[in-house]
Write a protein that binds this ligand. Structure first.
Ligand code: M6R
Length: 610
């Protein structure tokens, strides 16, 4: 996820682009850059800085480029570490074409080799740069034709904005799976990743769809498909305030990020699976394939929500790959005297890639000669840099302190890792295929849950009267119960205990009475009947029960006080569905109590101290 703003108008472009970037910073903030066409020479003045938009602003204040056409970008690294060289805009060999991009060009490695073979010189590690060189090659007189031709050679996802000194005064934009809109002002036109970037100038926008392109100048715009068929599009009036728009119309980042779940799952899968063959391709693990093949034991580690994802990873790895796996709190692993078995692997899970305990566990594992892998969301973070190999989540920036979408992507990546290792160890490829087929259906099933948010809100209103909660589940639902309880604690400051349902009779059941509700995660899986028995025991003690069950499970609904149904899926994938209503439940409970759910008290997004 990155932020794009482009401008063609009559005012000075640089301050407008800068203002837009500040509003898009939530989409990425590891580096930022701007290219503005000089009014007389038409050459682009480019400025790029590592870090937040504020760093770019400082540099601009010292030397503001003059010109009325330009593009800009705030980056969330996917290919190549955050650095000036990898920051956008990227240019071709002649510096006549400048490109900003959001998305992933899947065939960039092949294109890069082909372009190099034809004499192009590359100056970054990004996938984006191939587009600048392709446009240079395809240019025959108009920028839009060159962009259209270049797009035909790409595979992947994109939102592009391109300018050229050889066809000045114009911004050409294109979209495929990454958001982009055109905004219409008075003698000025914009492109942007979302409306928040342009709202101070205009509320009139046109949303571009996949496969569409736009050409904008100060006095007009034209939208077409890549075959140059002109399209008539509906003008939309944005009803939001600036602040609302930054959150895409959601009242909080946490809410927006929960709603991004389907997209996040999709992004974690993109370019990594060949469903028909049951195959998983994880480029990040290829270099260490041999060592992974010899792995005899796997230790998963993390803290908080990442630890809960790791617990699920333990189940997946043992079931799918048959590797002995165990999960340890990173904070414990770093101080324990763990005997290191031969060919042991540590797998660190961390959204931020900066959690102090997880980093320390990773360093200790490497000192002990273990192969250290990472599942990290923030590209270029310390954990990502210090692992031997790893896989990025591609979940985009998570702003809300509560980890929501990151958890879902961690679960997907752990499943893919288990299938990858399973294939090495001769797992049943029919099962791999079945899981991948079901995984592809998860985004739509998640959307179905999200569409029932009102029902969860009502449940939240009802359960807001209670002060203590027990969350239970077994097997794949046990980590979900722990995660549900953690979310409730951190967002609504309510006392919640997460337990494996089997532990009920060994203590927690003593707390149960009519004032102590239980949230039972009881999807249709091989252990569902056991959890159902625990629910019966709770009901016998007058404990209210909110069940998260599979559609059509009438028996669970009979035993529970309230039931929220999720669509049916493979039992290993149930956490991807049952977690979503629990995230929404804690969100609505927190909001109903008037708490700042994006910044819960006493917490920080990244825990960089012990
Ligand atoms: O950035 P990390 O994934 O390493 O963070 C780990 C925990 O601090 C984090 O998951 C925390 O528990 C969340 N606030 C939970 O929502």
């Amino acid at each position: 996820m990155c932020g794009i703003v482009g401008y063609a108008g009559k005012r000075e472009a640089a301050p407008i682009l800068l203002d837009g970037l500040k509003r898009l910073e939530y989409r990425g903030y590891d580096s930022a850059g701007i290219a503005v066409q000089d009014g007389s020479t038409h050459d682009a003045k480019v400025l790029r800085k590592v870090g937040r938009v504020a760093q770019l602003e400082d540099a601009l204040q010292r030397s503001m480029p003059q010109g009325i056409t330009g593009i800009s970008h705030t980056r969330w690294a996917t290919h190549g570490v955050p650095s000036v060289g990898n920051a956008h805009p990227h240019a071709d060999c002649t510096a006549a074409f400048h490109v900003v991009h959001n998305g992933i060009i899947e065939n960039y490695a092949t294109l890069r080799e082909e372009l190099k073979g034809r004499g192009h010189r590359f100056s970054s590690e990004t996938d984006t740069e191939v587009m600048a060189h392709l446009v240079e090659e395809c240019f025959r007189g108009t920028l839009e034709d060159a962009v259209a031709e270049a797009l035909r050679r790409l595979r992947g996802t994109w939102a592009f904005a391109v300018i050229s000194s050889r066809d000045p005064g114009k911004v050409v934009a294109a979209r495929n799976s990454s958001p982009l809109l055109l905004a219409i002002g008075d003698n000025e036109h914009f492109v942007a990743s979302d409306a928040s970037a342009v709202l101070s100038a205009t509320k009139k926008v046109v949303y571009l769809e996949d496969g569409e392109m736009a050409v904008l100048t100060y006095d007009g715009f034209r939208i077409s498909d890549v075959d140059d068929i002109e399209l008539r599009k509906r003008l939309v009036e944005i009803p939001w305030t600036l602040e609302e728009a930054e959150k895409g119309g959601h009242s909080h980042f946490m809410h927006k990020e929960i709603w991004e779940g389907p997209e996040v799952v999709h992004n974690a899968l993109r370019g990594r699976i060949r469903t028909k063959e049951g195959m998983v391709k994880l480029g990040g693990l290829e270099e260490v394939q041999e060592r992974l093949y010899r792995a005899e034991r796997l230790v998963l580690t993390g803290m908080g929500t990442a630890f809960h994802a790791a617990l699920l990873g333990e189940y997946f790895l043992e079931e799918l790959a048959g590797i002995p796996a165990e999960t340890e709190y990173a904070a414990e692993f770093r101080y324990k005297k763990t005997p290191v078995a031969r060919n042991s692997v540590l797998l660190a899970v961390s959204q931020s890639g900066e959690t102090a305990d997880t980093l320390a566990a990773l360093r200790k594992a490497r000192e002990q000669g273990m192969l250290a892998l990472g599942i990290v969301n923030v590209v270029g973070s310390t954990i990502a840099r210090e692992t031997d190999a790893g896989i990025y989540n591609h979940a985009g920036p998570e702003i809300g302190v509560a980890s929501t979408k990151a958890f879902l992507s961690q679960v997907v990546v752990l499943l893919l890792t288990s299938l990858f290792l399973g294939k090495q160890r001769g797992m049943d490829m029919g099962l791999a295929k079945e899981i991948l087929e079901e995984l592809e259906k998860i985004p739509e099933k998640m959307r179905k849950i999200l569409r029932q948010e009102d029902q969860i809100k009502e449940l939240a209103n009802h359960y807001a009267a209670f002060h203590d909660f027990l969350f239970i589940g077994r097997k794949f639902s046990a980590p979900v119960a722990l995660e549900g309880a953690l979310k409730l604690k951190e967002i609504s400051y309510l006392h919640a205990e997460g337990y494996n349902a089997a532990e009920m009779k060994h203590g927690p059941i003593a707390m149960i009475d009519e004032n102590f509700p239980t949230v039972a995660v009881v999807p249709d899986d091989m252990i569902r009947d056991k959890t159902l028995s625990n629910m019966e025991e709770i009901r016998a003690r007058q404990g209210p029960i909110l069940a998260i069950a599979t559609e059509g499970d009438r028996k669970v609904a009979e035993v529970a006080t309230d039931t929220f149904f999720v669509p049916k899926t493979h039992e290993m994938l149930t956490p991807l569905l049952t977690t979503v209503p629990l995230q929404l439940l804690s969100y609505h409970l927190g909001v109903s109590k008037g708490y700042d759910v994006d910044k819960p008290r006493n917490l920080a997004k990244s825990v960089t101290v012990e």
